[in-house]
Structures are given as structure tokens and as C-alpha cells.
Design a protein around this ligand. Sequence first.
Ligand SMILES: [Mn+2]
Length: 304
Amino acid sequence: MKFLILGDCHFRVRTPQCRTDENFMETCLDKLQQAMDVAHANECDAVLQVGDFFDSPNPSGELVAEVITSIRAKWRKPFYATHGQHDLTYHTEASMKRSTLRIMEAAGTTNSVGGYTRFGCKTSRIHGAAFGQIPPVPDNDRYFNILIAHTMVGDKPLWPGHDLTGPEEYVRKYPGYDLYCLGDYHYPFSVKVGDAWVINPGVLLRLTASERDMQHRPKVVIFDTDTNEPEDIYLDVKPASEAFDLSKKKEKRVEGPDFSAMVAQLKAAGRIGLSFRENLVRYLETKKVEKNVQEAVWNALEGV
Ligand SMILES: [Mn+2]
């Protein structure tokens, strides 16, 4: 069997700062079209999308309609996607029932996979772990077991002191799969751990003018279960020098005290993130606050 692994898509309408695209929705749809063409040309059996399909939990209706139309125009085979934190209102599991992936599922475009669903796809079993979920334990090793998870696993820390789970550590923690398709960490890696492959195709769109994003080459990965090997297929994209206009980059603000050393120290100690909401998520998880209380907190914050 062949699978097309599709990375974090972050589809959106508004053009990110520094990108030169006049119509960013068209750019997103072009990437999707290219990915679906690759799946088609290689006779893939299913598409596996690793979460953060959209950049926000409330994408424009026009974008959602165009994405659904684009997938349905060419693809009649299974398309599995899991929820990333960008697909979830305030990162909560309960918001899955009102997510855009749910709409796409209702439109017959995708099957959304979370921790409690598993799908049979010929000789494979597809399992999911959405953002914040613990991966299920595969219960039948006669099948080729695949996990699609949106979780921060990477091969290189993104900043000094970044406490990053490596692919080997992740497989040790959640063993039993033949193929791990991971999202969240936006930079690609394909690593073999024992007999299993751990693959993150990387982000599909270069969203920021950071050096790492500008050097990133958007791609999809085809995985063939017969050869047990992945194949990278790079998309046709503009060179970074054309896709970005660096003169639009905001000057770093110089006024005010410089907290960067203090923030770096606190981050290294694992005590603080830069986002209020992420710090709150961490606090609620660390304190093991009950799910219904967490929901009430997020609902109360929705109007803020
Ligand atoms: Mn992402």
C-alpha cells in the first residue's frame, strides 16, 4: 500500500507578513492541488494529514469550500486528518465537535482521526492522536499499524534550552506502530527507529521570514508499505527570494527593558512560555484540572 503523508498545512486567506503573494488563498489551493496530483499520479491508497490543516479554528467559509471542492474534484479514496492545536478552539478536545475538520468530514472529504477512532484501510490500521491526546495502543499486529499524531517531536531543538522529545524517545514511549506520521514540529525529518519509520514532512507553506522557514523546501512524503521506504516529493514553489519581501520585516522594537535573558532562563527551567494561553494550558494540565473546569475557563475567556 502507498500513503501520501501531508504535513501541517496552515491554510489561511490573509497573506502572512513578508510574503509577496497577492492572493494567499490561491497559494494554499495550489499547494493542495499539487499534493493531490502527487497522490493521484503515484496511485496512493490514502492521504494522511498530520494536523493544523487550517491556520485557525475559524477559517473563512470560502477557503473551506474551496478546499473541500479541490479534494473532491480528484480524490475518491480515504483522506485521514487529525486535529492540530490550530484546528481547535483554545486547544480543547471538546471543540472537535465544532471544528472545520468535522465540517469536512460531514462533506465526505476527510475522516478525522483522534485517540478514540481507528480506521481499517486494506491491510493497514490508521490510528490518531490529536493535539493533547495520548496515542492509543495498537491492538492487532497482523496489520500495518499507522499513527497520525500532532505532537512536538523533533530532531533538533528550536531554541537554546528547548526540551524536545526526539523520535527514538517517542517510539519508546508509544511502541507498537510500523509508521508514525507526525506534525506540529514544522521542519521535516524521516528517521528509522528499529523497524518503524517516524516521519514529519514539515510545514506545507513557508509562513514566516525566519531563516529556517526561508530555507525550508515544502514537500510531501510517499510511504510504500511493500518496500517499507519513504520517498520525498518536493513541491513546485517560488524561491524564497521571490516568495518573501524582507523589506516588510518589522524592525525589532528597541524601547523598553530587555527581558530576553530572563525569559530564556525561565523557559530553560520549563516554567514559562511566551503565550498567555499556552502557559494557561500548561498550568491546567500540570495541576490536573478536571476537563469540565478547563472547558468553563476557556468558554469564559472566549469573550475576552
Ligand atoms: Mn503547525
